[in-house]
Design a protein around this ligand. Sequence first.
Ligand SMILES: Cc1cc2nc3c(=O)[nH]c(=O)nc-3n(C[C@H](O)[C@H](O)[C@H](O)COP(=O)(O)OP(=O)(O)OC[C@H]3O[C@@H](n4cnc5c(N)ncnc54)[C@H](O)[C@@H]3O)c2cc1C
Length: 419
Amino acid sequence: MAEVTEEAFRQEAQAFLDANATPRSEEKFVWGEGSDRVALFDEKAREAEQRQLEEAKAWRAARWDAGLGWIFGPPELGGRGLPAAYDRLYSALESHYEIPPQGFFGIGLGMVAPTILAHGTEDVKKKYLPAMYRGDIVGCQLFSEPGAGSDLASLQTRAVRDGDEWLITGQKVWTSGAQYSDIGEVICRTDPDQPKHRGLTGFVVDMHAPGVEVRPLRQMTGGASFNEVFFTDVRVPDDHRLGDVNQGWTVALTTLMNERAAIGAGGAGGSGMVSTTRLVELMHHYGSSSDAVLRQELMELHIKLTVARLTNQRALDKIKAGQAPGPELTTAKLALTQNMTAAAEFVAHVLGPRLTADTGEWGTYSWNQFVLGTPGMRIAGGSDEVLRNIISERVLGLPKDPGIDSKTPFRDLKVGTQS
Ligand SMILES: Cc1cc2nc3c(=O)[nH]c(=O)nc-3n(C[C@H](O)[C@H](O)[C@H](O)COP(=O)(O)OP(=O)(O)OC[C@H]3O[C@@H](n4cnc5c(N)ncnc54)[C@H](O)[C@@H]3O)c2cc1C
């Protein structure tokens, strides 16, 4: 393949975007104008969600057909085979255009697809990866269970071999986007006689297969963007296995590393809904600009957002320069959720009761969705406490948890309700 220079690629991407999307007008925040929505979770009624999903898929299909669907992917799977930097360049250009919301693909492309690429069989890669990057199918992550979240290796969903197939039975929970997903990455217990991390295996499961049941879970924000998923003797072909039998922990780690990097890199900066401009306007509007305590709170938040943005930038610059990022990415998700929580507290202090009673006034009750969404952000993709454990052990070199149950066969552990 002829080499594509970065400049030639930029022109090509720019031409595609100009021909297919409208440039985003420079948003200047004006109090009382436009939408006052500041929700962290994209929750909609099912019909509206379905409509947006179709629009999102159409955009991905247009990108794919123009050769921009999987910029860094291997050519034998339909990818463009260009460096990851070209993909970041495309994303930067695309961010200046109005395009349908792409959040539907976050888990599938950000976490499941890289795992399939690393651990899937050739047939599974060919069957699913081009379709995922073209937006034809959507993927979800089926890890957590009622008795296994932070301690993921305690999961109990079983996969039992039956000839060339496996039979999966069990329950997953908090599965974001399962309601519109076509495939899922599921981690199952395949050998309860081994210690808990060693008897696990990963699979790609068809979410439309007989025996898969998706039940929505209502959140305190009022929406239902994640689900319980029940498996009853769901048949999965052996070639849909990810990695070797009983090596599922390595597969899960691939996904989790991608998850933390994706969440952390997503918005630790000072832009978007945690923008200090918006918060300053909030203070002006409610006459609290001269409140010494609130001013101090806002400045602390501004400093933390700036530090987080620069730390992220440093990590990205290192990657760009071909160096391995240091501890920056480990702290990114923690910084993001801490800053969101601080922003939510600040907003609550400024708005007071306006946050909880819907008077119809612009820019007040709408913050309720943000405030109620922050605890979920602190849990998803590794809770704050678990991330602190990781930082203390792997970055600061403090003593590890004794890990008393890492050698005992899973069958002999007293985990949840296992029989
Ligand atoms: C918005 C959202 C979306 C999600 N989407 C998905 C998804 O798509 N797929 C999926 O599989 N899962 C998903 N999850 C689930 C998520 O991964 C788990 O909620 C998370 O791993 C925590 O597990 P848990 O809820 O069982 O809590 P637990 O692990 O039971 O934790 C309870 C509390 O104990 C603390 N704790 C636990 N262990 C330790 C420890 N060793 N040291 C100190 N403190 C500890 C935790 O920090 C927490 O405060 C989602 C969760 C949320 C909130």
